[in-house]
Design a protein. Structure first.
Length: 295
């Protein structure tokens, strides 16, 4: 059971979004700014995403007629404009993902400059303000929420407080939340990146992806929302993506699902609410105004 299930278009049983965080080599530059330019192996690992994996991913989406969401740091938009153009030409959505994947907790109190610098890159290279945001490392703060509302953005995808999309009410206005979870993120099974502090035991493609499909089955049975949060330089590698592609094909053939962008889900929520068919559950921010007393 899930609370307050959303009626999906055409009576689909589950909404599905396979979202990509195209961090590329921003990760090494933000983690090791003093000497990142000398670290050729992690740069090359990140560059695999836009240069090799993205064409493969976009080809899959085109063959199956899918439109999906990508979250890209502003620095990466500027470094890989051809990749950005190809994503947009495929009809996909590009969301805000910081300037150079800076952690909003680590930069708390000074987020306006990188946030708006990334917005400028979106306007120049994507032609508009992005509708949605996903915080690097999921570490969204009230400071960032305020900036989103100030700039007319519609949804966040960083929090983990529900199974399905819902609303966030704040003193400055309301946003939709498209909830994430580490259980559908490819970082735990596939990231092996000592330079930024991750030394996960890398799983085989089938082992690493198996948990995702179990998550889908639960959401499908409940009539919910299934979202993968994956990275081109991890899940876009050949053997892993072949399994994802096979899963997409089988799901389209055998299941009643709605593949869409997160912006498409926000549009659907707007429509349901306007027609009085359904209204979202609401979480109120901030959760706390100060550190809670522990004694």
């Amino acid at each position: 059971m899930i609370r307050n299930p959303i009626p999906w278009p055409d009576s689909a049983k589950c909404a599905v979004a396979i979202t990509f965080d195209m961090d590329a080599d921003s990760l090494i530059h933000v983690a090791r700014p003093d000497d990142s330019h000398r670290r050729l192996y992690p740069i090359s690992m990140g560059r695999y995403g836009p240069n090799v994996a993205l064409p493969r991913i976009l080809d899959t989406y085109a063959r199956f007629g899918l439109k999906q969401s990508f979250f890209i740091p502003g620095w990466c938009l500027e470094q890989y404009p051809d990749t950005v153009e190809n994503i947009l030409n495929g009809g996909h959505e590009i969301g805000h993902h910081g300037w150079i994947h800076e952690d909003p907790i680590a930069t708390y109190g000074n987020q306006r400059e990188p946030f708006e610098r990334a917005l400028d890159a979106h306007k120049r290279l994507c032609g508009k303000t992005p509708a949605g945001y996903r915080a690097p490392v999921y570490n969204i703060t009230g400071e960032v929420v305020d900036l989103m509302l100030e700039h007319g953005m519609r949804y966040d995808s960083s929090l983990m407080g529900d199974d399905i999309p819902h609303a966030l009410a704040t003193p400055g206005g309301q946003l939709y939340e498209m909830p994430v979870h580490w259980g559908t993120d490819d970082w735990p099974p596939f990231a092996h990146y000592d330079e930024i502090g991750y030394m996960m035991p890398v799983k085989s493609p089938s082992q690493g992806l198996a948990g995702f499909w179990e998550e889908f089955e639960a959401q499908y049975t409940a009539g919910g929302f299934f979202m993968l949060i994956v990275h081109p330089f991890l899940t876009g590698r050949l053997a892993r993506w072949q399994l994802v592609e096979k899963w997409i094909e089988q799901t389209l053939e055998t299941r009643d699902v709605w593949f869409t962008t997160l912006g498409g889900i926000a549009d659907h929520m707007d429509d349901l609410t306007a027609r009085g068919v359904w209204s979202p559950s609401v979480e109120t921010l901030p959760f706390f105004d100060a550190p809670p007393a522990t004694q």
